[in-house]
Ligand binder design. Structure first.
Ligand code: 13P
Length: 252
């Protein structure tokens, strides 16, 4: 059985004070949730203090990105994977569509960041997903397949223990237009099939595939009934502790 993962991506929201108060409000609301793993990704500036304040809880902390380079050096503005680890992160989101779209992040970059993350001991949450135009053109699967082939190049069987995929169709992010459970299931099953071809049945059965895109407390339960949906990567609805706790407690 795959343990579900409910992850919150805070994106470029929250100053340190607000990040800490949200994390502290969330902590007791989810302390009895042992049916899933819980991860939150604060902005870099709040990561260390949030991780410190969540120590001993069942909430893990993620970075929202990391550098392609692993060795310290002259890389102005970059944060290395081992710096995230040092600050208390256990996970890192890589290849979010907002980075691919607005910061020119290519599959090659995504691949190097994944290598950096897993080599450092972080779990990489690799994001894939098609745009509306690509879906309407009937190329959604080939786009996602290309992202997976590009991003996962060079991974070993052991590295796979440190990889999760988040399927986030761009048209569903921040739009209120959630993919239906059937639409998401179809792509998740396709992603698992690619893992099966690339890495074998055992690795593909273990892989957690999260859905992201307008996940809310009132639609999570139906998404989670789909057999290949193993959790969610939540944006807007993760910014409020009660709303995110409502998603964590999707099972009632
Ligand atoms: P929303 O939940 O706000 O649609 O964002 C999804 C997302 O991009 C999570 O990474």
């Amino acid at each position: 059985m795959r343990k579900p993962v409910i992850a919150g991506n805070w994106k470029m929201y929250k100053l340190i004070g607000d990040a800490v108060s949200t994390a502290l409000a969330l902590r007791p609301l989810v302390s009895n949730a042992n049916h899933c793993e819980i991860v939150i990704a604060p902005p870099f500036t709040a990561l260390k203090v949030v991780a410190d304040r969540l120590e001993g809880s069942n909430i893990q902390v993620a970075g929202q990105d990391c550098a392609t380079e692993t060795k310290h050096g002259a890389h102005t503005g970059e944060i290395a994977a081992n710096m995230l680890l040092d600050a208390g992160a256990t996970h890192v989101i890589i290849g979010h569509s907002e980075r691919r779209q607005h910061y020119c992040e290519s599959d090659t970059f995504v691949q190097r960041k994944i290598q950096a993350a897993v080599a450092t001991g972080l779990t990489a949450i690799m994001c894939v997903g098609e745009s509306l135009a690509q879906r309407e053109a009937g190329t959604a699967e080939s786009v996602v397949k290309g992202q997976l082939n590009g991003g996962l190049r060079g991974l070993t069987a052991t590295d796979l223990n440190r990889i999760m995929i988040a399927y986030e169709p761009v048209w569903a992010i921040g739009t209120g237009r959630t993919a239906t459970p059937d639409q998401a299931q179809e792509m998740h099953s396709f992603v698992r099939g690619i893992f099966n071809e690339k890495f074998g049945g055992e690795a593909s059965e273990r892989l957690r595939i999260l859905y992201g895109g307008s996940v809310k407390p009132d639609n999570i339960a139906s998404l989670m009934t789909a057999p290949d949906i193993d959790g969610a990567l939540v944006g807007g609805a993760s910014l409020d502790a009660e709303s995110f706790a409502g998603i964590v407690h999707y099972n009632g």
